[in-house]
Design a protein around this ligand. Structure first.
Ligand SMILES: CN1c2c(nc(N)[nH]c2=O)NC[C@@H]1CNc1ccc(C(=O)N[C@@H](CCC(=O)N[C@@H](CCC(=O)N[C@@H](CCC(=O)O)C(=O)O)C(=O)O)C(=O)O)cc1
Ligand SMILES: N[C@@H](CCS)C(=O)O
Ligand SMILES: [Zn+2]
Length: 768
């Protein structure tokens, strides 16, 4: 038996990756220093692998995103970027004013850059896998080059196609038709073959292909195509195929692929294991069994894992144990976390236990793989460790009977607002008296260095709570004044008191822990610390009331109450596995409902409940969607059961929304703001297809990821296009997401342009 690990978090112990990138972008370090820094991270990561597991990859440390790297590898550089000139073009594609679209990687909070295919004219532009393979080879370290498979690459790409109104003549679209997929794949294969040939020439025997798209539901002819693809690729290397995040869509077809090793995720689903038990595993292939959870932070029951590995040894002649999916969804290590909650317990020899003891981040997951192998091989020390862990992994933590009683007592009425939308909207408009094309923003305003510094001093105890509160009040005063001057109709308080839209609520709720150093990459250099839901969740006291009511006291215009929804809090956190996800979502929703009621009582007329992770939480396979969306929709409805007069908004961003519009509609909000600018209007056509859409909607009129100030023409064109499919009475005007990552110098002129366009449209379409 061997061990293999992959996808280790590239961020570094002290967020070195983020610092390197951001310092380079600010011009504080040279390209040479950046490269040196990235190489040091490469050495660190491979060093960790080398110390703990038998097999490990190279080509994992992308300068921004692995999908972008793959696109560049095969020469898919859109013509607007001109000739590829190394890092400058690379970062233009990643974050320039005309950057590639960004969207979530399967059902995770990692965002990849969507490759844009302008045709089938692929060529080997940069052999990144070879470069990294040679880098380690020169140091005497043998690695397995890791590459995104051509199939997954195409499934996640968009190709330029000709369309009809309301879409522009040429627009980007997913490759849906089999004939197109086949055409692109056949054009792409020679480039991959060349990559493998060059790798083989330099001595690489085994190449690791990541192919998670094999977990989507697939037609039989797609399997034929994938079979053919691996047949050709296998002529140049020993191929190991990795799948993850779900079960493979057709086990028999999968194990029949002409490759040397097959990787299955045995954590996220039951089907893979059931299929191994039912159909066996081919004797001429290696099984890469993903038995250690790569997405959750819980320390594994090693006894259980050993039992599983021993069972798998009966089916597979050659077993490799591994993590269930890439480890980059986890922070680097639990080691620096000193302040995690401690609970009273009654287990042998222990009266109290820190949550830390029950956790395993990426480094600890490597050690788990190592321990399992050693224990199976009879290492006494490893066996003792296994027994020690067993005592602490399954003790109940943070039980609250009252919370459980409230969830059990829920009835259908709790998920239903008192009046229908048509009646609600009349009451709301009487109170709000908003103009047509009302303007607003999504919530956050620039989190400047000053804001972050003062917060850091406050957290370190150098600034008193009173001083911090005063500082936040000053920020709120400023943002209210700025919004009034710009002429926005519905204002926000700016979210200056929040580190992150999920972490902030996690810090206020019981049953959820937050970490100090548990950073995870979300995209590019942007990081967040996913909270850990370990017990029953409840709200000990109001969470947002002070800031929102203070902001409202400064203006006559409505200020939106700003909450993060239950599905997003759940999906962007790690969560306990001893109760169903649905129950956790309802617990959080009940806590949020209390906040909604408090805000209403304080006179807040509009409440926005953000659900950017609503789509992302959906299972990979459509057959599982109904079950998920049933409770996800209900969790939202539960927390948004406001008075009919209160206008409920929601917000979503950076997902593929088109195929989930029906579920979004069932959430029964009054207004939704939705990102649309990078996906170039695809969402607009989704509304065209949706018969009977009657909710108000703010289609993001500009991309907040770009520092460029949007022109009035570009803003107008998004709205004009939206008006082709939606009645203008339904349209709101807003950016596509929060403004926290932008600078004031960009935000003010951008919003001014936006408000001017709204005013011009009001005049143009005024009814006489
Ligand atoms: C809207 N999005 C979000 C997603 N997921 C989230 N969890 N949150 C989101 O907002 N997913 C989809 C999208 C896109 N994703 C992101 C994710 C992260 C950011 C972002 O801007 N992150 C910040 C970090 C934010 C934070 O928590 N900051 C803290 C701590 C700051 C810090 O590093 N402090 C220093 C000391 C301070 C100093 O001296 O400067 C330290 O501790 O060493 C805070 O504000 O207090 C980032 O910078 O990456 C955006 C979109
Ligand atoms: N209200 C949040 C939503 C981000 S998805 C913000 O404005 O940052
Ligand atoms: Zn957003």
């Amino acid at each position: 038996m061997e061990t293999l690990a992959y996808g280790f978090p590239k961020l570094g112990e002290k967020r070195e990756f983020k610092n390197l990138l951001e310092n380079y972008w600010k011009g504080k370090i040279s390209e040479e220093d950046l490269i040196k820094g990235i190489n040091a991270l490469r050495d660190w990561m491979v060093g960790l692998y080398k110390d703990t597991v038998d097999l490990f990859p190279s080509n994992e440390l992308s300068y921004y995103d692995f999908m972008l790297d793959t696109a560049i590898m095969v020469g898919a550089v859109p013509s607007r970027f001109g000739e590829f000139k190394g890092l400058s073009t690379y970062f233009e594609m990643a974050r320039g004013s005309q950057a590639l679209e960004m969207t979530k990687y399967f059902n995770t909070n990692y965002h990849y850059l969507v490759p844009e295919l302008e045709g089938t004219d692929f060529k080997l532009l940069k052999n990144y896998p070879l470069e990294e393979y040679l880098y380690f080879k020169s140091k005497g370290i043998e690695t397995l080059p890791k590459i995104i498979s051509p199939y997954t690459f195409l499934k996640l790409s968009k190709a330029l196609v000709k369309g009809s109104s309301p879409l522009p003549v040429y627009h980007l679209s997913k490759i849906e038709r089999f004939e197109d997929l086949e055409r692109y794949l056949l054009a792409l294969l020679p480039v991959y073959e060349e990559v493998l040939k060059q790798l083989r020439q330099e001595g690489a025997k085994v190449v690791l292909f990541e192919d998670p798209a094999l977990c989507y539901e697939m037609e039989s002819q797609e399997w034929d195509l994938v079979h053919e693809m691996y047949k050709r690729l296998s002529e140049h290397a020993d191929i190991y195929v990795m799948t993850y995040y779900d079960s493979v869509s057709d086990y028999k077809r999968f194990v029949d692929l002409p490759v040397k090793a097959l990787g299955l995720d045995l954590v996220s689903n039951r089907e893979n294991l059931e299929n191994i038990r039912k159909h066996g595993f081919p004797s001429d292939k290696k099984l890469i069994a993903g038995i250690i959870n790569g997405r959750q932070v819980w320390r594994a029951s090693l006894t259980e894992k050993i039992r599983l590995a021993e069972e798998l040894l009966k089916y597979a002649q050659h077993l490799i144990i591994s993590n269930s999916c890439p480890l980059f969804h986890l922070p680097v290590s639990t080691q620096p976390e000193e302040d995690l909650p401690v609970h009273q317990v009654q287990i042998e020899g222990l009266t109290s236990l820190s949550l830390k003891e029950r956790l395993a981040f990426a480094k600890e997951k490597l050690q788990e793989l190592n321990l399992i192998k050693r224990a199976i091989e009879g290492d006494q020390q490893a066996r003792m460790m296994v027994e020690k862990v067993e005592n602490i992994v399954s003790v109940p933590f943070g039980v609250n009977q009252e919370v459980r009683r409230r969830v059990n007592a829920l009835t259908e009425r709790d998920f239903q607002r008192e009046l229908d939308y048509k009646e609600r909207i009349k009451l709301q408009q009487e109170i709000l008296r908003l103009p047509t094309f009302p303007t607003t923003t999504i919530g956050s305003f620039p989190q400047t260095e000053e804001v972050r510094k003062i917060r850091a001093s406050y957290t370190a105890g150098k600034v008193s709570p009173k001083e911090y509160e005063e500082f936040i009040k000053k920020q709120i005063q400023h943002v209210i004044r700025v919004q009034e001057e710009i002429g926005l109709d519905v204002l926000v308080h700016g979210e200056f008191e929040r580190t992150d839209m999920v972490e902030f609520f996690a810090q206020k709720l019981e049953g959820i822990a937050t970490t100090k150093h548990g950073w995870v990459l979300s995209y590019g250099s942007r990081v967040y610390r996913p909270p850990i839901i370990y017990g029953d969740v409840y709200r000990p006291s109001p969470m947002t009331l002070n800031e929102i009511t203070y902001a409202q006291s400064l203006t006559e215009k409505p200020v939106k109450g700003m909450l993060t929804g239950p599905v997003t809090i759940l999906n962007w956190s790690y969560y306990r596995e001893d109760i169903p996800k649905k129950e956790i979502a309802y617990q959080i929703a009940l806590a949020l409902l209390e906040e909604v009621k408090d805000l209403e009582r304080a006179g807040i007329k509009i409440i926005q409940i953000d659900e950017p992770a609503f789509r992302e939480g959906a299972p990979i396979k459509r057959k599982d969607w109904d079950e998920y969306f049933d409770w996800a929709v209900k969790a939202f409805r539960l927390c948004s059961r406001a008075n009919p007069q209160t206008q409920i908004h929601t917000h979503m961003c950076y997902s593929e929304f088109n195929d989930v519009m029906e579920y979004i509609y069932q959430m029964d909000f009054d207004v939704i703001s939705i990102e649309a600018s990078r996906s170039k209007g695809e969402i607009i056509s989704a509304f065209e297809k949706f018969k009977g859409w009657d909710r108000q909607i703010g289609i993001g009129v500009y991309d907040i990821h770009s520092p460029a100030v949007p022109t009035k023409e570009s803003i107008r064109s998004v709205l004009e296009r939206a008006m082709k499919v939606l009645p203008k009475e339904l349209l709101w005007v807003n950016p596509d997401c929060g403004l926290k990552t932008r600078r004031w110098e960009e935000v003010v002129p951008s919003l001014k342009n936006m408000v001017e366009v709204a005013q011009e449209l009001r005049e143009k379409y005024a009814t006489v």
